[in-house]
Unconditional design. Structure first.
Ligand SMILES: Nc1ncnc2c1ncn2[C@@H]1O[C@H](COP(=O)(O)OP(=O)(O)OP(=O)(O)O)[C@@H](O)[C@H]1O
Ligand SMILES: [Mg+2]
Length: 483
């Protein structure tokens, strides 16, 4: 089928390609150069005469030649245009060309075939492509979440780290506003300030709290920079996040430690100030009790004495926390202390319905500690675990408490895991604070864990909690192995 009936026929020679930008050649059926233009001579640094009748394929890098030849032959046999990338080494610099062959027949003798060859320099374009691939792979593989948004504020690119950090898939993110990653914790003014900055072509940096798909927070330092076109017009925005979770966590820990320390100082002061008058009250109550026969007075003073005893216990706890271990440290077998603590709490009525498991590593070293104090910590934790299991809401069949000990490179670690009611997430930071209790009035003072915290810290150790509300809790105590 004929493509088109020409209405007009032009007659022109190869001269018309003389000033053409690309290299142009007429090739014979076996690949000899029958004609070439100025650009060919310039690019190949060879005169017209040198090129004439030479082998076209020899222009190209040796490794390319077979491929080019194949395409050339196929183009002649198919009578169809075909293209192939081709490399040329001119004076030791490599140039990449896009080579297009177009076959045609001699007008006078249709049995003679020629090919028109056009080679356009795509070295620069190729370089840009390579750069792009390079940057793309850097963007994809960096640990920092990256996003590109268009002027409408919709994400048009997110890298792998962004997908991972946000918890959304690429498909869920593209086309969305980065707001879906936002926590809603920052005021409108905060984001307005960001937009004003980047729209004016400047870079904006700020600390942001983001929200992952699962609702968990993700703290980052965000840098947003406008992407400008060659005329300096903003065409899109580029955002890069730096993970600050660890920094935030350390900050939180530091604040917590400082808070505990200042509470400790306060408590020591209060305990001291209250302790002395309390001792006087206690002594006076004893004296009056002994010197009266009045039953009414005796009964009321007995009540006073009970209250005084209660306050004294609290004061003792406060002192226990703040007193830097002024007992003598002795090499202590931690496993033995765990076993004893478990024996003590097993005696209680509530413990009947609980299985106590122990997984103690016999090889852990003895540590310089105060055995009584450490036992107090373990008993505290175990009693809390028993209370948590016996909560009326905690309906479980095989309730148990697992006490474990093991060794890491630097620490002896002791864990207590229970199947109790667990701790609500918002409370996990508070349980070590003094007087924090969720127990009914008269059942708990909220000092147990606080005192335990103080004791473990005085041994240079650490105490942590992990809990899932409704499932159970694990307390983790690590004590350094001194070398
Ligand atoms: N294993 C646990 N499971 C669930 N909640 C726990 C557990 N251990 C501690 N808690 C929570 O932490 C709070 C504080 O514990 P802490 O031992 O300091 O005080 P308490 O047990 O309430 O009173 P006490 O001073 O008598 O020990 C508890 O009231 C409870 O809410
Ligand atoms: Mg307790």
């Amino acid at each position: 089928m004929k493509y088109k009936e020409r209405t007009k026929n032009f007659t022109f020679g190869f001269d018309i390609f003389e000033n053409f930008q690309g290299m142009c050649f007429i090739l014979s059926e076996n690949g000899n150069i029958l004609d070439s233009n100025k650009s060919a001579s310039e690019n190949l640094k060879r005169t017209y005469e040198e090129l004439l009748n030479s082998d076209f394929f020899e222009i190209f890098e040796e490794s390319n030649r077979t491929k080019i030849n194949d395409v050339f032959k196929k183009c002649l046999s198919d009578k169809k245009s075909a293209s192939v990338p081709a490399q040329i080494n001119v004076e030791n610099s490599f140039l990449t060309f896009n080579l297009i062959f177009t076959p045609f027949n001699d007008q006078n003798d249709p049995s003679i075939q020629y090919s028109f060859a056009l080679a356009r320099d795509i070295t620069a374009q190729k370089k840009v492509e390579e750069e792009l691939i390079k940057f793309y792979s850097v963007a994809e593989n960096t640990v920092n979440p990256l996003q590109i948004t268009n002027l409408a504020g919709k994400m048009i690119y997110v890298n792998r780290a962004f997908v991972e950090a946000s918890g959304y898939s690429k498909e869920e993110l593209l086309g969305q506003n980065p707001k879906i990653f936002g926590s809603g914790k920052h005021p409108k003014k905060f984001w307005k300030n960001m937009w004003d900055t980047i729209i004016s072509g400047k870079v904006w940096v700020g600390e942001v709290e983001n929200r992952r798909k699962n609702g968990k927070p993700f703290f980052t330092q965000l840098l947003v920079s406008p992407i400008l076109d060659s005329e300096g017009k903003v065409i899109s925005f580029f955002g890069i996040h730096r993970d600050l979770s660890e920094k935030k966590m350390l900050e939180k820990q530091l604040i917590h430690t400082q808070k505990m320390e200042s509470i400790g100082t306060l408590a020591a002061g209060v305990a001291h100030e209250v302790g002395n008058p309390l001792a006087s009250i206690s002594a006076l109550v004893q004296v009056v009790l002994r010197s009266t026969d009045d039953e009414f007075v005796k009964e009321k003073l007995g009540l006073v004495r009970n209250q005084v005893t209660r306050i004294s216990k609290i004061i003792r706890d406060l002192v226990d926390f703040s007193r830097p271990s002024n007992y003598e440290l002795q090499l202590t077998d931690v496993n033995q202390i765990i076993t004893e603590a478990v024996e003590i709490v097993k005696v209680g009525k509530k413990s009947k319905q609980i299985k106590f498991d122990m997984e103690l590593d016999e090889k852990i070293p003895s540590l310089p500690l105060v055995a009584d104090q450490l036992q107090q910590v373990f008993v505290n934790i175990l009693l809390n675990a028993i209370d948590a299991i016996c909560e009326p809401d905690n309906l479980k069949e095989d309730n148990k408490i697992i006490s474990k000990s093991y060794k890491t490179d630097d620490n002896v670690v002791i864990t207590f895991t229970d199947t109790g009611m667990g701790i609500a997430e918002e409370n996990t930071a508070k349980i070590f604070e003094p007087f924090f209790t969720t127990k009914k009035e008269g059942k708990g003072t909220g000092l147990g864990l606080w005192v335990s915290y103080g004791i473990i810290k005085s041994f240079q150790g650490d105490i942590k909690v992990k809990s899932t509300a409704g499932e159970g809790t694990t307390f983790n105590i690590s004590l350094p192995i001194q070398v």
